[in-house]
Design a binder for this molecule. Structure first.
Ligand SMILES: Cc1cc2nc3c(=O)[nH]c(=O)nc-3n(C[C@H](O)[C@H](O)[C@H](O)COP(=O)(O)OP(=O)(O)OC[C@H]3O[C@@H](n4cnc5c(N)ncnc54)[C@H](O)[C@@H]3O)c2cc1C
Ligand code: FES
Length: 276
């Protein structure tokens, strides 16, 4: 079997999250592949449009919700633009799952603090829903999510569902300076809002995904709240090609982000060479 041979998938639903961000719900065309498919929260796949190419996204739906498989992506270039033109019933390619995963089993009994910005909620949403489907196994659950403006928020349905739960603390925010009419969340940058929410670091882990600038300013806040670098997890999004540890496109020093990652602790990221 050719490692690069994609499975065919049919688009079963399309959700326009924002003006440039789309979620596609997908189903394997081959029932045997659908039956055998498994993945863990945090893994990614290569999604393809025939004649256009492949690109890398996390699997945004939770492994506890299979056969549901969703990807969410921002339209930034060639392949994401081609994907954004797909409609329900269209066929596309999928190969994966690849990479490591969030150590959800090791977090049993611990409190969880999820921090995401913009489309960074896609990998975090996978692990949030995975943990909420196993809610009894964890302590407090806090979700801090921010976007540039109200119209840039993704997963509005999920945000409503999480807000409605008594066992989840959702803090949502938009950057200062934008339109806030009818907005029932906070106004402020994610690191500031996180500091104000002050979730405890006692027996907790934090999962952070978002633009590099958000991560840069969030890590010192987590440090101030008492989170050690081993308690903080993130995903790296280095450009990839094969996804399999073969092409050398994604590596940082001796670390292959596609094989050794994409999930790393902040302590592991701090050890990587500075050229990342
Ligand atoms: C493990 C992993 C998970 C990812 N998950 C998601 C996800 O869930 N949703 C999502 O929207 N995106 C995700 N990305 C980023 C996504 O892979 C790229 O945005 C996509 O491949 C762009 O493809 P394109 O052909 O449309 O863009 P291109 O035409 O190839 O490029 C357009 C522009 O985007 C830049 N670019 C392309 N890829 C990257 C990258 N990886 N990092 C920084 N800049 C890049 C290019 O340099 C160029 O400036 C993920 C990346 C990785 C490695
Ligand atoms: S993407 Fe090819 S080695 Fe990582």
């Amino acid at each position: 079997m050719n490692l690069y041979h994609p499975h065919l998938m049919r688009v079963t639903e399309r959700i326009d999250e924002t003006v440039d961000t789309v979620t596609l719900r997908l189903a394997f065309q081959d029932p045997a592949v659908a039956e055998a498919f498994e993945f863990r929260a945090g893994q990614f796949a290569e999604y393809s449009v025939f004649g256009e190419g492949e690109c890398t996204f996390c699997i945004a739906s939770a492994p506890t919700r299979l056969p549901l498989i969703e990807c969410s992506f921002k339209k930034v270039g060639k392949v994401t633009t081609a994907l954004s033109r797909l409609e329900v019933g269209d066929t596309m390619g999928f190969r994966g799952p690849y990479g490591n995963h969030f150590p959800v089993d090791a977090w049993k009994g611990r409190s969880l603090v999820f921090i995401a910005g913009g489309i960074g909620l896609a990998p975090v949403r996978c692990v949030i829903d995975n943990c909420l489907d196993r809610r009894d196994e964890f302590g407090d659950v806090t979700i801090v999510y921010g976007a540039r403006s109200v119209s840039d928020l993704v997963y509005k349905g999920e945000l409503e569902a999480w807000a409605a739960r008594a066992d989840v603390r959702l803090v949502k925010t938009v950057d200062p300076g934008g339109e806030t009419q009818d907005w029932d969340g906070q106004v402020g940058f994610v690191p500031t809002v996180l500091g104000d929410a002050a979730p405890t670091s006692d027996n907790a882990v934090a999962i952070v995904c978002g633009p590099p600038i958000m991560i840069k300013f969030t890590l010192p806040v987590l440090d101030k709240l008492g989170f050690s670098q081993d308690q903080v997890y993130t995903t790296l999004e280095n450009r990839m090609k094969c996804g399999l540890g073969k092409c050398g496109r994604c590596n940082i020093g001796r670390v292959y982000v596609c094989k050794d990652g994409p999930v790393f602790t902040a302590a592991q990221v701090a050890e990587l060479p500075a050229d990342m």
